[in-house]
Design a protein around this ligand. Structure first.
Ligand code: ADP
Ligand code: MG
Length: 781
């Protein structure tokens, strides 16, 4: 059934060529006990390894059941070893971390036999060698003889045709040797047993046939067979190890070195811990910022101003580029003796928004559920008089013209308008954002309020403008201010026409004050910004409702001075010639222009803001760029900035933590490499039992998979536990509650990253393991 035809095999070590088999030809019977004798180094083991398919012959042929093995592929050799051969070694070669029964089952495990059948066959084989009572012991709990019995049981379990035993009694005492020989003799009744020994007596006593080797040649054969085996059907069952088997094998191995595996997993989890903590912190901060935005930034209105700066994309790019060059020190200086001319304003466009009546109507048409209040800023000045100590004096303040701040700060410091409500029944802007300190909240458009800051301060100029003598004055009682009255004088009463066809403020205050056309304004209360209100957009001083400005304009638009200014191409007060722009401003100043200078929309909530913005964007659709209305969303600018900073910090920190991941990758590589070295023998045994190279890779991949999963789970758990003290420290420092929160998606991603990286680290060592020559692997200690 087995024929060796002129088999040659030599080993090359450096320059030296050692011939191990020098043309060996042998025929074996189906059932016989062949003993191979010969001095050390005569090629016995090599011959056995060639027969067993562990080693490849250089030339000649090995014929199994009439089939030549010359063209055998790797997988055919693997199947052959698994199906047809049972090895018994001098040093037993049991897998130390597996119990006896698993050792015996291993060959069958590789050929994919079901667990039940496998167990049955293994127990039967163990029964045959007399070890039924020891099945769950580990190899190191057995004596040498018992271990060799296990090895025999393993060789028998898969019911191979050929048993190859290399000095099976070499490490045993005489008494045990005899027992083992009896066992092998028994086996040889229905199998071909080829046993290498250098004990001639044992060979004489037990073997049917003795073949003697010398220098790679057969020098004698006690019972040669000359008929070549006939061609028969010969098929082999393919072997393959499932990943689950590989996992089990590695798990058992890892069990024997729990401490080291734990430390490895812990060390390689440090990167994961770092990244997980950083991500959970940045997550938390992002969430807190989002909350803050909803709380505070929602208070920032969306502003539409007559003039807005637009910075072009190109300008942004070049500015960013400049900053990058500065930061990285790569900025280039031009070497030239010329001055280059450029226009910086090319990059910043001043966009003029044409806030027409139509646009104001559009704004007014916004869903009142989206915006609480809409503020309109107009340039119209108010003609105000105040009576005190029976003396009537003008109060010189223009309304809050933000474009002309120098003027307004001089003339009308602390006079501002607040937005009127979009709905009549909603609570007013002042009531919502300000605490009442004295008097009453304004109820009608003729009610004014005094806004003070958190320390109850107010600009001294605002008080001066009210006509209060502030010399030698440090403070004024709320009571003295509340109830103060002013008269709003109509343009026709206020301005007198001169003989030069110009207009001048009249000096007959008494007449104006008592005119039927004047309206009384009352300071109804003193208010202060609420603590929980985000930001104060109205400065300290006297504030009035936008509705009052509307009233002023309503009364002023048909007045003589407005009419005259509309008709004249000069300033009707000074007779100076004016251009179109100045003329427009003058008309507005006199109250002849209803369109606002700026509009501020206060969204009801942060969520509503997007809807408000899309409402504003809708207007711009299909409009030429000149007709577009450009708005400013300050809260977006702010949140983009904070968000950007957070992202930047996170990236830097994650990069640092990633470095430790790379370190752990290398470490796992080293650990796997050590494991490969330690398990070399096991690799040899598995290969002898028919494991494919792929299966060996799988075993080590399984090991790194376990370590990777372990370190991932460990890292995430530790990071999760760490968030508790981190949060309590942050709470003490910032009063922000539970900032660090590990996102489950991040946790799972990190686990996957950990597994992938560790498997990557173990990949090269496990490939190395697979490439190991099985004969050399078996020979290693
Ligand atoms: P035996 O088992 O009869 O003692 P072996 O078959 O082990 O002898 O070895 C036969 C010859 O081949 C010896 O000279 C040995 O040194 C050599 N040899 C065996 N294996 C190797 C190897 N892997 N590399 C180099 N030489 C080897
Ligand atoms: Mg030998």
């Amino acid at each position: 059934m087995l024929t060796l035809k002129n088999i040659k095999k030599s080993y090359t070590t450096g320059e030296f060529i050692q011939v191990a088999l020098d043309g060996v030809s042998l025929n074996f019977r189906e059932n016989e006990f062949v003993a191979i004798l010969g001095p050390s180094g005569s090629g016995k083991t090599t011959c056995l390894n060639v027969i067993g398919g562990l080693d490849k012959y250089d030339s000649g042929d090995l014929i199994i059941n009439g089939k030549s093995t010359k063209e055998f592929s790797d997988s055919e050799w693997d199947s052959y070893r698994n199906n047809s051969i049972g090895f018994i070694f001098q040093s037993y070669n049991l897998i130390g971390h597996l119990d006896i029964v698993s050792n015996v089952e291993m060959g069958m495990t590789l050929s994919g036999i079901s667990a039940k059948v496998k167990r049955e066959k293994a127990l039967e084989a163990l029964g045959r060698v007399g070890l039924k009572d020891h099945v769950h012991k580990k190899p190191n709990q057995l004596s040498g003889g018992q271990m060799q019995r296990v090895a025999i049981a393993r060789a028998l379990a898969n019911d191979p045709d050929i048993i190859l035993a290399d000095e099976p009694t070499g490490a045993l005492d005489t008494k045990t040797s005899v027992q083992i020989m009896e066992l092998i003799k028994e086996i040889s009744k229905d199998k071909l047993v080829i046993m290498v020994t250098h004990n001639p007596e044992l060979a004489q006593d037990y073997a049917d046939r003795i073949v003697e080797f010398r220098d790679g040649n057969i020098v004698s054969d006690s019972n040669p067979l000359n008929v070549e085996s006939k061609k028969e059907e010969y098929s082999l069952k393919k072997t393959s190890m499932s990943f689950f088997t590989a996992l089990k094998l590695s798990a058992m191995n890892i069990k024997t070195k729990k401490g080291r595996t734990f430390l490895t997993a812990l060390a390689s989890s440090i990167g994961i811990i770092g990244i997980a903590v950083i991500l959970s912190l940045s997550n938390g901060f992002d969430a807190k910022i989002a909350e803050m935005q909803e709380d505070a930034l929602a208070e920032y209105p969306i502003t539409i101003s007559k003039q807005t700066q637009e910075i072009s994309k190109e300008a942004m790019e070049s500015r960013r580029e400049e900053m990058k060059e500065k930061a990285t020190g790569t900025s280039e200086y031009v070497d030239s003796d010329e001055v280059y001319l450029h226009d910086p304003s090319e990059n910043t466009l001043i966009h003029t928004n044409n806030i027409s009546e139509e646009y104001v109507d559009y704004i007014k048409g916004i869903d009142p559920e989206l915006v609480d209040t809409i503020g309109y800023t107009r340039i119209a000045s108010m003609n105000l008089l105040r009576k005190f100590d029976d003396k009537i004096e003008p109060i010189a303040f223009s309304s809050s013209d933000k474009s002309n701040s120098s003027q307004s700060s001089q003339m009308g410091a602390g006079l501002a308008s607040y937005p009127s409500s979009t709905k009549d029944d909603s609570i007013s802007f002042i009531e919502k954002n300000y605490d009442l300190l004295e008097g009453e909240y304004p109820k009608s458009k003729t009610d004014l309020v005094l806004i003070v800051d958190s320390k109850n301060r107010v600009d001294v100029n605002a008080m001066k403008n009210l006509g209060i003598d502030t010399t030698d004055l440090n403070s004024i009682k709320f009571k003295d201010l509340v109830g103060m009255e002013f008269k709003l004088i109509s343009n026709n009463d206020y301005y007198e026409k001169t003989q030069f066809n110009t207009f001048m403020p009249s000096s007959d205050y008494e007449k104006m004050y008592n005119s039927d056309n004047s309206v009384t304004l009352t300071l109804s209360g003193v208010v202060r910004i609420k603590e929980e209100a985000g930001i104060s957009l109205i400065g300290e001083g006297i504030a009035y409702s936008d509705d009052l400005t509307e009233l002023v304009i309503e009364r002023a638009k048909d007045s003589d001075v407005v009419q005259a200014q509309k008709d004249a191409d000069y300033n009707v007060m000074s007779r100076e010639a004016v251009d179109e722009e100045t003329k427009k401003n003058l008309i507005a100043y006199f109250g002849g222009d209803e369109t606002p200078y700026a509009i501020m929309l206060y969204p009801k909530s942060f969520e509503n803001k997007d809807q408000v913005i899309s409402y504003l964007d809708d207007y711009n659709e299909n409009k030429s760029s000149d007709d577009k209305i450009v708005y400013t969303d300050l809260s977006k600018v702010l949140s983009d900035m904070t968000g950007g900073i957070m992202d930047g910090i996170t990236i830097v920190l994650v990069a640092f933590a990633a470095t430790s991941l790379v370190v752990s990758l290398i470490m796992v590589g080293i650990i796997t490499y050590i494991s490969v070295l330690e398990r070399t023998k096991e690799i040899g045994v598995l290969r002898a039992l028919g494991a494919r190279k792929k299966d060996i890779t799988r075993v080590f991949n399984a090991e790194t998979f376990i370590i990777g999963t372990g370190s991932g789970v460990l890292g995430i758990s530790i990071a999760w536990i760490l968030t508790i003290p981190i949060n309590s420290i942050l709470y003490k420092m910032t009063e922000l509650e539970s900032v660090a929160k590990l996102n489950p998606v991040h946790a799972i991603s990190l686990l996957i990253i950990s597994v992938t990286l560790t498997m990557l680290g173990g990949w090269i060592p496990s490939k190395m393991a697979a490439r190991k020559n099985p004969v050399e692997a078996l020979r290693s200690e």
